[in-house]
Ligand binder design. Structure first.
Ligand code: FAQ
Length: 329
């Protein structure tokens, strides 16, 4: 009989993983079968997914802050409505992703604790300030543009709940990218001061966006294993290159200049070259030393503290309700 997950004979999920189980699991991955929550999976596969999905969820939730900063200052009702919708979408993405991670056996509370204690990471990009309205355009254009490039392949991730969550996330990210590019178009075609504001935002967001894809392949400790498991489909550098190739012509169209003198079309390889990146700066931000790391976590902690009474009330209501239902049976 075909055993979908090849559960070990003892039925004990903590029993040592046998070579047969591991080989069968890899066969399923190679055959492009989706792994589902109740299927057998190696402990390291589960751990990698919990790490990546929870960090992705944290990024969406922390990522609401830089743009949330401009909701009350958007320049028109139309801009305000679309920015509000975008920020709400990011909150929704965080929730789908936390739900996907929960299917792997970790609780929301544990993930939240890991974020607040600094044990779990979130994307480096959200540790930069949003100084002007043009930053909202730059985030939509560049940050959501980078997110789409990274996330479209995740719709084909081997883990079913993550892959399915990503389908809807990617549709919404496309809308986000377009609203950002439209803001940049309006500013770039506006008064000289508006165009200067757009260029300044591009100057500040370009390098952090290019770095969002993660360290170069030579320093990416997880890529090889994650690609063998088809969690990741492309390396960090491959996706970074795709982003640069798609985005530089968009900057040209806006008559804005990417802040990298080495960024030039290379006819021989049919790609844009870029100059060296300061990875020391990237790691400083990842380790908590970016301009906004402390504020981001403090704001998240405050939201968690302020929401405690809602969680307590919901729990008290659910307990009371189930007691009443039991009494009625
Ligand atoms: N920031 O071996 P790798 C968005 C860490 S969502 C911080 O290459 P991996 C939507 C990495 O965790 C943006 N840390 O790791 C939005 C690892 O450390 P660890 C988030 C980073 O996992 C838009 C170490 O470096 N997207 O933008 C970063 O194979 C606008 C070694 O790296 C996702 O999370 C970084 N940028 O590849 C929301 C997508 N890069 O964990 C609001 C899903 C790497 O061992 C507004 N995630 N590190 O302690 C992924 O695709 C992957 O996890 C990568 C990293 C590509 C991010």
């Amino acid at each position: 009989m075909y055993v979908r997950g090849l559960i070990n004979a003892s039925g004990d999920p903590n029993a040592a993983e046998t070579p047969e189980q591991l080989a069968h699991f890899q066969d399923r991955i190679d055959a492009e079968e989706k792994i589902e929550a109740r299927d057998w999976m190696p402990a390291a596969y589960r751990k990698t997914l919990i790490r990546q999905i929870s960090q992705h969820a944290h990024s969406e939730i922390i990522g609401m802050q830089p743009e949330g900063n401009w909701v009350t200052r958007a320049p028109s009702l139309r801009r305000k409505a679309s920015l509000l919708a975008k920020v709400q979408d990011e909150g929704g993405h965080g929730l789908y992703l936390y739900a996907a991670a929960e299917t792997l056996g970790i609780s929301r509370e544990e993930m939240q604790d890991q974020l607040l204690s600094g044990a779990a990471k979130y994307s480096s990009i959200f540790n930069y300030p949003t100084l002007t309205w043009a930053d909202i355009g730059a985030i939509g254009w560049l940050v959501d543009g980078a997110a789409i490039m990274n996330q479209i392949p995740l719709c084909r991730c081997s883990y079913g709940p993550y892959a399915r969550a990503m389908v809807r996330v990617c549709k919404e990210e496309s809308f986000h990218q377009r609203q950002g590019y439209e803001i940049m178009t309006t500013l770039a075609q506006g008064a000289p001061a508006q165009k200067a504001m757009a260029q300044d935002a591009l100057n500040r967001w370009w390098t952090p966006s290019v770095m969002m894809f993660g360290p170069p392949d030579s320093d990416s400790i997880h890529s090889v294993q994650s690609m063998t498991w088809k969690i990741k489909r492309f390396t960090n550098d491959a996706l970074r290159q795709r982003f640069v190739d798609a985005t530089v012509p968009q900057a040209d169209y806006l008559s804005l200049t990417v802040p990298d003198p080495d960024c030039k079309w290379n006819d021989a390889v049919q790609h844009y070259d870029i100059g060296p990146l300061d990875w020391g700066d990237f790691w400083k931000v990842v380790k908590g030393g970016g301009p906004m790391n402390r504020q981001r976590i403090a704001a998240r902690q405050k939201a968690d503290d302020d929401g405690a009474w809602v969680r307590e009330a919901a729990l008290a209501y659910a307990t009371k309700r189930s007691a009443l239902m039991e009494a009625a049976e």
